[in-house]
Design a protein. Structure first.
Length: 275
């Protein structure tokens, strides 16, 4: 079945809503962090962690688990929220984000249950995922590897080296999701380094490429299943998203790439809009 039922949809919506609420709250409490690129991937994480990935939070290192590398490692608020809500560690620990003595560092950190690789230096995580997928093939293992990359991140040459390797080694066990929100750190990707028709570019690298609305649960789910069914090529899902999705004043606003709401009023407004 490639379609989600109404109960599944409601469950995913609730999961995504909680990822967003927790992400903004964490950045607000820490007085630093990255809300925009966390809000853009909340729906994708919700589908992956609730309906697609083979994981067991009570056994986070089971050998055949699916692996996810958050290559855009600054999206740690969303990643940690998804893992906590899924049961890898208590949700109460999210309050320690970016604080001394907490494991929840500002960028996704190995050692937090459910995290497969430390990331934050853009362009590195996708290469780690390629290595994991190669190991999986060599071992004849059943697991799949997922990587989430940013469009600003894709200005790194190492992303394209990884894409070439993914094709050469026919890593059909690898799904890369590109968060195509059109915004990077301090501006719009198409002003800073345009990549028109990035789907076509990656297709020409030999990959199976699917374009979706990255906030539509049915489309996210169908694309992830399509990737699983593609047994001879790695898959790139170009997920068209909105940076800051769900908080009106953050949407498409580069300012909220890496800063919390400036006032308690703005924080409360975000909480109300996301509730
Ligand atoms: C190698 C490297 N260069 C620069 C940075 C600083 N940096 C952090 S996030 C970011 C922008 C990333 O944009 P994008 O990949 O589009 O992320 P998103 O908009 O999805 O949050 C930059 C330049 C970094 N973390 N790593």
């Amino acid at each position: 079945m490639n379609k989600l039922g109404s109960e599944d949809l409601a469950e995913i919506a609730d999961f995504a809503r909680k990822i967003r609420l927790n992400s903004v709250r964490m950045v607000w409490q820490a007085k630093s962090g990255h809300p925009g690129g966390s809000l853009s991937i909340a729906d994708i994480l919700a589908v992956l962690y609730s309906k697609v990935m083979n994981i067991d939070p009570s056994s986070p290192t089971m050998p055949d688990r699916d692996r996810l590398v958050m290559s855009k490692g600054h999206a740690s608020p969303a990643m940690y929220s998804a893992l906590a809500l899924r049961g890898f560690f208590p949700v109460s620990l999210l309050a320690g984000f970016r604080k001394l003595s907490s494991k929840l560092e500002g960028h996704v950190h190995y050692g937090v249950p459910g995290v497969e690789a430390s990331t934050g230096s853009l362009g590195q995580g996708i290469g780690i995922a390629v290595g994991m997928a190669m190991a999986g093939k060599l071992d004849n293992a059943q697991y799949r590897v997922y990587a989430i990359i940013g469009d600003g991140e894709s200005e790194e040459g190492s992303v394209w080296e990884s894409l070439m390797a993914g094709y050469k080694y026919r890593l059909s066990n690898l799904t890369v999701i590109l968060d195509r929100n059109m915004v990077q750190l301090d501006g719009f990707t198409e002003d800073i380094m345009p990549t028109p028709d990035i789907a076509q570019k990656v297709r020409s690298f030999g990959w199976n490429v699917i374009e979706i609305d990255g906030h539509n649960y049915q489309e996210i789910y169908a694309a992830l299943l399509n990737a699983k069914e593609c047994t001879d090529l790695p898959t790139l899902i170009v997920a068209h998203t909105v940076k800051g999705k769900g908080v009106s004043y953050m949407e498409n606003n580069p300012k909220y790439h890496g800063q919390p709401p400036e006032s308690e009023d703005l924080f409360n407004k975000a909480m109300e809009e996301l509730a």
